[in-house]
Design a protein around this ligand. Structure first.
Ligand SMILES: *Cc1c(COP(=O)(O)O)cnc(C)c1O
Length: 479
């Protein structure tokens, strides 16, 4: 008996002091979270908060009387709900120096596309409905004419991404047959897209010709046989072969293919609809040039240099596009209405090339003069220095941006930004990693790039609206 008394005492000081669930829910302060999250979620969270206190007490922890107040239980429950309600997909500051960053969502869309997507999300539309006849329509029809106008192709179709475009094209045109590709073009593009694997999936047999660094026209000619379905060229997106090299240009390959009656398929990768050299950017083959050189089918991405939504565009000669469109995989790989809604206005922008540099976000970012980034860096430097504190130095410095997404991999664009280093000229090491982690943990995460003992924050992608938000955030995290 004498042994039980202190236990009861302890019980009273612990578990018994916890409020009942009903009392917590009856608090006036509970009405707002209930309106926001719904009663059942709040109830569950309150129970969980109470359970956590019981578990802690059983594990030997003392229960402070403040923690036993109903309000404290409610606050903890609401805090938990608010953290859980945070979307996992969040916007970040891309200061990585890579404009078309695959892991950060590639191309940013211009406002016209954003508006079109909002409309498509909230209103019924003629996605597969021919308004002229009142009959069922084709979703491809919405952008086919525009794609043909911009590329000089006879026909066009759209799928989910360029990997899907290649898979579908090979499935429709080369199943159970051979596809001839140069060994120098058997590329792997990030995220396990390998030409040989796609070929397998499509049920086509890969017939490699030439060597890694040199392929001649006669290599293709010798490989052609009655089982050949097509000749394929793949753009070497993410690498360059330099030195003693030889590849066969499209205009040489086309006559050979014509003679044998097989099509030439070109996977352009990024592909661009405009000649980028007019904006001082490195040259990339345009889709129009590729079609003009005689390619029968060309596939390219919507969200790389084109600057639109994720999509795989397939353009070419009518007879091949028709076969591609009729293949059963097309249905599985088709795009949704949001993609088409965003794609159409972006393609429209290409009708006014002289305005493209201002209107197309991707192009505007790629052509931003280094002086604009330098001016931004001078404005941002003092606030970031204050936010990071005196263990670090933050300096305005020139740096080089990348286009990204495999486009023009070897070409770098002069830029400006902030170089963060450990103060006192010491090696950054762990402390520099800490700065990187800190920036990544800010409400809107800031993503830079560590190289040569420096955290580089390239300001190319920090346009004026974002710059103001960045500065505000730096001020907010500085106490
Ligand atoms: C990027 C790329 C792809 C894949 O395109 P996604 O749109 O990312 O699916 C395929 N081929 C080449 C040559 C590429 O550069």
């Amino acid at each position: 008996m004498s042994k039980a008394a202190p236990e009861r005492q302890e019980q009273l000081s612990g578990l018994a002091r916890l409020p009942a669930v009903e009392r917590v829910m009856a608090l006036a302060e509970a009405s707002e979270p209930v309106a926001l999250y719904g009663r059942s979620q709040v109830l569950d969270a309150v129970r969980a908060a109470l359970d956590a206190r019981r578990d802690a007490w059983r594990a030997g922890a003392a229960l402070a009387s403040a923690a036993c107040e109903a309000v404290s239980v409610l606050n903890e429950a609401v805090q938990h709900l608010s953290v859980r309600a945070q979307p996992r997909l969040r916007s970040v500051f891309n200061l990585s120096g890579t404009v078309l960053h695959t892991n950060l969502g590639r191309a940013l869309l211009p406002d016209v596309a954003v508006q079109a997507v909002v409309t498509a999300l909230t209103q019924p539309l003629n996605l597969e409905f021919d308004l002229a006849t009142g009959r069922r329509g084709e979703r491809d029809d919405l952008v086919e004419a525009l794609l043909c106008e911009l590329t000089g192709a006879q026909a066009a179709t759209v799928v989910n991404n360029n990997a899907a475009a290649v898979l579908l094209t090979l499935s429709a045109l080369a199943s159970k047959k051979e596809v001839i590709v140069s060994r120098g073009e058997l590329v792997e593009i990030g995220g396990a897209f390998r030409i040989p694997d796609i070929m397998n999936r499509a049920g086509a047999r890969l017939r490699e010709v030439g060597t890694t660094n040199r392929t001649h026209l006669r290599d293709y000619a010798e490989a052609l046989n009655p089982r050949s379905a097509l000749l394929m060229k793949v753009h070497c997106s993410n690498y360059a072969i330099n030195g003693f090299t030889q590849s066969v240009e499209l205009d040489e390959l086309v006559p050979l293919a014509r003679q044998q009656g097989v099509p030439v398929v070109v996977d352009l990768g990024s592909g661009t609809l405009a000649d980028l050299t007019q904006w001082g950017l490195p040259g990339e083959p345009t889709v129009r040039d590729t079609i003009a050189a005689g390619a029968d089918v060309v596939t390219f991405s919507g969200d790389k240099l084109l600057g639109g939504p994720q999509a795989g565009l397939i353009v070419g000669r009518e007879e091949w596009i028709r076969k591609i469109r009729r293949h059963p995989l097309k249905r599985a790989l088709r795009v949704g209405k949001l993609t088409l809604a965003a794609l159409e206005p972006v393609l429209q922008l290409y009708r006014a090339p002289e305005l493209l540099g201002e209107r197309l976000t991707t192009l505007r970012l790629l052509t931003r003069p280094a002086s604009a980034m330098q001016a931004a860096a001078l404005r941002v430097q003092p606030v970031l220095q204050r936010a990071l504190g005196e263990r670090f130095t933050v300096e305005v410095e020139p740096m080089l941006s990348q286009i990204g997404s495999g486009a023009l991999p070897v070409d770098l664009l002069p830029s400006y930004g902030l170089a963060v280093r450990r103060a006192g000229g010491k090696r950054g090491g762990r402390l520099l990693l800490e700065a990187e982690t800190t920036l990544r943990a800010w409400p809107r995460p800031v993503l830079g790039r560590i190289k040569d003992d420096t955290l580089w924050l390239d300001l190319r992608c920090l346009e004026s609206g974002d710059e103001a938000l960045f500065i505000a955030q730096c001020a907010a995290v500085t106490r």
